[in-house]
Ligand binder design. Structure first.
Ligand code: GDP
Ligand code: IMO
Ligand code: MG
Length: 422
């Protein structure tokens, strides 16, 4: 069988958590393949709201196995807090949450290094989530990292060595910090991790597939935050794209099946970096208010703007998207006119591709479509869609060349409409 991949096509927070939860009943296993607690994936059902950071979003549907893959970076202290909160709300995780021994550990000093490097960058800072993501992936690539499997053997010595190296760097950066409390919590997190199945997840994943079972791979962040293809250097430190599922789980490219590309009916971004369709005006503020566009992890205001089809087309291409999923349609319910960026003006020239250099001088060129101006949150079938909304969907499908198979009209699990298939 194949691994289907669900990933964000914009700058993150597209609604991945919600849709993974909705699709989980169709799969045997759900697996996260990259990122770490920089993610905040929100799910709502039966009047409850949950925000997941490291735990896959398939954890609430029945007794499905969920896997944290080798491509993920894990902070044991944050993981413990997240898992205990789920256990307190009645979700038993211990047997069905498997963790790759090859996943890298975020050390307390990685978080301080994240802050120190951001300070060093001054005005050019990335606006990271401060969770130590960049320094942890840096250590992985430079072959200095600690992995989950390391906690099973001679861990104290390995930890002391890594910590000493980090402290040297922090000293050279003149960065002051207090390690005692966070280190204690972190060590408690390490002990807690040992209560979970620590596995060779690449073997497990391939065995599951050869048994004829199905896997849904859950992406974090979004394509425009990918370390290779995003708006570098204002990106995260992992491959958020479809290929990341191969390296982050240990599956061969020919094993990839459907690629679900998820996007908002508009666009948001948290942190610094270019955002050609950003609206620094009352329209942007209205989208933020109606869409509750504040970070699930940091609470930071999300920057808001119209949908950017130049960037989206690029994301569809890079990922080989086979099905599109449009989120937060309801947020645009009251708009008289909806704009969609179809090209950029760069140095007086019009281009329709995502260029190497994306800066503030880029001017978006918009198509304008009439809004539907009615409430969509209670709709349950595409038969109820207003004509203007259908026109918006057709317009996007024509531009992107991929069908929109699912439309989301609210944050709840139930507010999800699957469109007719041909
Ligand atoms: P993720 O990181 O991609 O999982 O997305 P986040 O959870 O960070 O952000 C998506 C936000 O939008 C969450 O607060 C969701 O509850 C909410 N949400 C998801 N789908 C919809 C929708 O269709 N309409 C509305 N109004 N909110 C939605
Ligand atoms: P989910 O999975 C939105 C952004 C940060 C920053 C940049 C680098 O919930 O969609 P990092 O801490 O990764 O080094 O920060 O990436 N960022 C996200 N933005 N959603 C996310 O995750 C993000 N994870 C990181 O704001 O600009
Ligand atoms: Mg999020």
């Amino acid at each position: 069988m194949k691994v289907d991949v669900l990933l964000g096509l914009q700058w993150g927070d597209e609604g991945k958590g919600k849709v993974v939860d909705v699709l989980t009943p169709n799969y045997d296993v759900v697996a996260r393949f990259q990122g770490g607690p920089n993610a905040g994936h929100t799910l709502e059902f039966e009047g409850q709201k949950y925000v997941l950071r490291s735990i896959p979003s398939g954890i609430f549907q029945g007794d499905k196995i969920n896997i944290i893959g080798n491509g993920v970076v894990l902070d044991p202290a944050l993981f413990k807090a997240e898992a205990l909160a789920l256990e307190a709300s009645g979700h038993d995780l211990k047997k069905r949450l498997h963790i790759s021994k090859k996943a890298h550990l975020i050390l307390p000093t990685h978080r301080f290094l994240d802050a120190a490097y951001e300070r060093l960058k001054g005005d050019a800072k990335v606006g990271t989530t401060g969770k130590g993501i960049g320094p942890t992936y840096t250590d992985k690539i430079s072959r200095n990292g600690l992995r989950v499997g390391d906690i099973l053997c001679d861990f104290e010595a390995k930890y002391a060595k890594a910590k000493a190296r980090h402290e040297q760097i922090l000293k050279s950066l003149d960065f002051s910090y207090d390690l005692s409390q966070v280190e204690r919590e972190w060590m408690e997190g390490i002990e807690y991790l040992k209560e979970f199945p620590l596995v060779d997840s690449e073997h497990e994943v391939n065995r599951i597939l050869s048994e004829g079972k199905t896997i849904l791979a859950e992406g974090a962040q979004g394509t425009m935050l990918d370390v290779d293809f995003g708006s570098y250097p204002f990106v995260t430190s992992s491959n958020t794209i479809c290929a990341g599922a191969c390296t982050g789980l240990g599956v061969a490219p020919k094993r990839i099946g459907e690629v679900y590309g998820i996007f908002k009916a508009y666009c948001t971004r948290v942190g610094s970096g270019p955002f050609p369709t950003e609206l620094n005006n009352e329209i942007g503020a209205k989208i933020r208010e109606l869409g509750h566009e504040f970070g699930a992890v940091t609470g930071r205001e999300r920057r808001c703007g119209w949908i950017d089809l130049v960037a989206l087309k690029y994301a569809v291409m890079i990922n080989g998207v086979t099905q599109l999923i449009m989120m937060k349609s309801d947020v645009l319910d009251s708009f008289e006119t909806i704009k969609a960026c179809v090209a950029y003006e760069v140095g007086g020239k019009e281009i329709d591709y995502f260029p190497y250099e994306v800066d503030d001088s880029i001017k978006p060129i918009y198509a304008e479509l009439p809004g539907w101006r009615c409430g969509m949150t209670k709709m349950t079938s595409e038969d109820e869609f207003p004509e203007e909304f259908n026109n918006y969907l057709s317009f996007l499908e024509d531009e992107l060349g991929v069908p929109i198979k699912i439309v989301s009209v609210g944050p709840d699990r139930e507010q999800t409409i699957t469109r007719y298939t041909d």
